[in-house]
Design a protein around this ligand. Structure first.
Ligand code: AP5
Ligand code: MG
Length: 211
């Protein structure tokens, strides 16, 4: 059983790496951002998108209930990779409580460290597909412009990848989420990796730590 948290600023590659690792070790990839985006056209989705489009965090009470519900699903019994949760100290405290109630624990927290200027470059050229695929126009482009390699769908830019929202997401990360680095360091669970190499190099390094 392996429960892993991927921690890192917006654009650090949490989603990219979580997807690769989840396929490799065969556990579910849980991205709270993806769950919130998939809730569009529901009351939750409408409420969440007001925060997300501004680059603000969605309130803890919503996220804690959401993750409690998701972790109770049977597919998490073999472990999971958390991408984008927790993002605040109250969310981390709640996660400890939820996992111990399920007789589970966090095994490893991987902090992906990338300098701000590189994050902004990555996010401004990110393109995504409804099927979940993510591209980057310079480092990881699709084969045909604007078209998903995997499903042929039309690629688009996320609503929160505007310059204004990205700047705010970075500020919010530093204020609310960066304190989790010390939090997990103190619990002896943290490993920091340099996330500025290629996608392949980083996935190799993450896999080594997981083993
Ligand atoms: P979320 O969807 O989690 O967004 P984020 O944290 O801002 O992170 P991103 O998804 O933008 O980046 P990433 O680290 O996944 O990078 P990626 O792999 O895509 O959350 C969105 C919003 O939802 C939040 O702002 C908040 O409002 C809300 N929310 C979610 N969880 C919440 C919570 N727990 N509490 C409260 N609110 C919450 O990579 C980025 C780009 O770079 C891609 O184009 C990719 O192809 C490229 N790339 C990746 N790796 C490399 C590499 N090594 N070299 C070059 N390019 C690379
Ligand atoms: Mg992501």
């Amino acid at each position: 059983m392996t429960n892993i948290i991927l921690l890192g600023p917006p654009g650090s590659g949490k989603g990219t790496q979580a997807k690769l690792l989840a396929e490799r070790i065969r556990v579910p990839h849980i991205s709270t951002g993806d769950i919130l985006r998939a809730a569009k056209e529901t009351e939750l989705g409408d409420r969440a998108s007001e925060y997300m489009n501004r680059g603000e965090l969605v309130p803890d009470s919503i996220l804690i209930a959401m993750i409690e519900d998701r972790l109770a699903k049977p597919d998490c019994a073999s472990g999971c990779i958390l991408d984008g949760y927790p993002r605040t100290i109250p969310q981390a405290d709640a996660l400890n409580r939820i996992l111990s109630g399920l007789d589970l624990r966090i095994d490893l927290v991987i902090n992906i460290d990338v300098p701000d200027d590189r994050l902004i470059t990555r996010l401004s050229a990110r393109r995504v597909c409804e099927c979940g695929a993510t591209y980057q126009l310079t480092f990881n482009p699709p084969q045909a412009k604007g078209v998903c390699d995997l499903c042929g769908g039309a690629l688009y830019q996320r609503d929160d990848d505007t310059e204004e929202s990205v700047q705010n997401r970075l500020l919010v990360y530093k204020r609310e989420t960066q304190p989790l680095i010390d939090y997990y360091e103190n619990l002896g669970l943290l490993t920091t990796i340099d996330g500025s190499g290629s996608i392949k190099e980083i996935s190799g390094e993450i896999y080594e730590h997981v083993q």
